[in-house]
Structure formats: C-alpha cells, structure tokens
Design a protein around this ligand. Sequence first.
Ligand code: G1P
Length: 355
Amino acid sequence: MKALVLAGGTGTRLRPITHTAAKQLVPVANKPVLFYGIESIVEAGVTEIGVVVGDTEKEIRAALGDGSRFGARITYFRQHRPLGLAHAVRIARDWLGEDDFVMYLGDNFVIGGITGPAEEFRAAGTHARILVTRVPDPTRFGVAELAPDGRVVRLQEKPREPRSDLAVVGVYFFTSAVHRAIEAIEPSARGELEITDAIQWLVDSGHDVRAGVIHGYWKDTGDVTDMLEVNRRVLADVEAAVLGDVDGASVLVGPVRIEAGARIIRSTVVGPAIIGAGTVIRDSRIGPATSIAEDCVITGSDVEFSLILCDARIEDAGRIEGSLIGRSACVTGTPVEPRAHRLVLGDHSHIEIAS
Ligand code: G1P
C-alpha cells in the first residue's frame, strides 16, 4: 500500500496564521499537524508516500524533506491550482500505479492514528473504505449515508440539508478502482473534481465501499477553540520531562515537558503543558493545556489554554487564555496612563479586548 498526502490549499480559515505558514504546519503540542499524519501512516506500515503540494511547496518540502526522518520515502507532486481532491489523485496517477493507497488530507488530525482502519481495509477486501465520525455541524463536511452493515449508500458534499450526522473524515482507503471513477466524473458546481463524487460513482457502479466510524477526530475550522481543544487532548499524552532548567523558585505541577535549553525562572507551570527549546518563562504562570513553542519569552504574565508559536514575546500582559499567538508576535502590557490599547495586527487578525 502507498499513501498520498494532500498538503496544498491556502488555509483561509486559519488566517492570519496561514498568511505566513502552511496550514498543515501549524503546530499541535509543538509539532506540525502534518507530522502526526505522516507518522501515523508510517506506523500503519506504509512508507512510500506521495505528497501533493501547492503554493506552499517550499515550506512543506523544507519540513518533510525526503521523508527519511520519518522512516519513509517521499515523492512530491505539484498541483498548480486547487482543482479538487480527486484531481490531486489524478496528478499522482502514474506513481500510484495499480497499488492500493490511503489518501490523507494533511490538515486532518485523527487521534489514535490510522493503523486500525488500515488493517480493516486490508482485511475486508473492499474497493474503498472511508472513515466517518459524528459531528454537530455536518454541513461543513462530506456527509455519508450508510446501510446497517456499514456499506456506503450515498455521499453528499457539504449539503445544506444533511441526511446524517456522519462526516467524511479526510482519510480514505482506495484500490485502483478509484482511478476509473475519477476519469468518469465531471467537475462540481465549485469547479473541482470532488473525491466524494468519485466514491459515489464507485457505489453507483456496484463497487463495495464501506465506512468505519471513528472517534477522536479534528480538522481545522478557523475556530481557534477547536485547535486549542485538540492541543489539550494531544498534550494529555505528552511525556513529562525536564530537559531544560527549572530554578528553585519555580514549581511544575502535573505533566509538564520542558525542552532542552528552556529556562523557567520564578514561575509555575501547570500541566499538561509543553515549553519549547530555548524559551524563557520568567515571573509567570503557564498552563494548563498550553503549548509554548521554541524561543519564546514570557515574563510577568499568566497564559492558560493557549497555543503560542515560536519566537513570540509576551511581557507584563496580565492574563491570556484561549489564545493562538503567531510566530514572532509580541504582546506587551503597558502601565502608563491613560489606559489605551495600541495594536499592530496582521490582516485577518482576530482580537478580543477586555473592556
Ligand atoms: C474535504 C472533503 C470533505 C471532507 C473534508 C474532511 O473538504 O471534500 O468531504 O469531509 O475534506 O477534511 P475540504 O476540507 O477540502 O473542504
């Protein structure tokens, strides 16, 4: 089996973070979302990985390289325009050959990995297997209608009136039958070759397509709370360790990971939390459910349930919670009167001010 990882797309829903970074590289517990996907593919025994890239090709290549750091071999394919998920498969058609493959959308996060689903696909001998999960807002997803035996009957792409609450997860298992389906379908109303249409074609032409229900699924939504929630869940499994320096006046409570070169000075860190390499925390309180990336400086502040990306600076900022702070961003408190907010915000920033 091979894997095809889709890492194109512009990530408009995660602006402004994605103005400067590929959405698949936004970190969860200080590791890019895409790395979890690649690791779970390798864990499932698949090491031949094709990665479809778009405008952020350079960044994705720099992060993944030739795949050897994951124990995989990566081949890149450039999709020049976002013409749909099925179109991405078509680009990699020759490389995929007649092999079975798992298609993995690089912005998706499946807690618990895909080893179980991959084994179910291998064992079942079906033409395709999709994963579905119950969601409160199916209109944002592909939606599946299943027969009682798990057979897929119908798929709708982002329907206004969903026929079930089973969202199609961005991890699909295919045999080479899908290539015939992709040749047969037409672009959708939004001008894309939809993978849901290809799967529906398989169903309609008598192929055996099954679905497995999974729990513990997340995809980016632009809803920062969702990202914070997945960060919290992943942090819960992070191995506690103190590789950096914690001074005698500081306290670590619960599962906390302090990376090498990080310094904790007169501060409290409440787990689950991770403090990246080279970061300095001084006279502050961090956590729980907080990831601070590398080379940040946090002084005189209280940061809880937040994701702070690398090289950010937070100084005398009071209490910050439920926040996503981008790379090299700067948040500083100022004691001078009159009290006023001075802001330099990137395009599409979002800020809530205590008034
Ligand atoms: C795509 C699929 C959709 C699926 C989703 C999962 O949507 O078209 O069926 O539910 O991925 O991430 P997109 O996120 O590309 O809009």
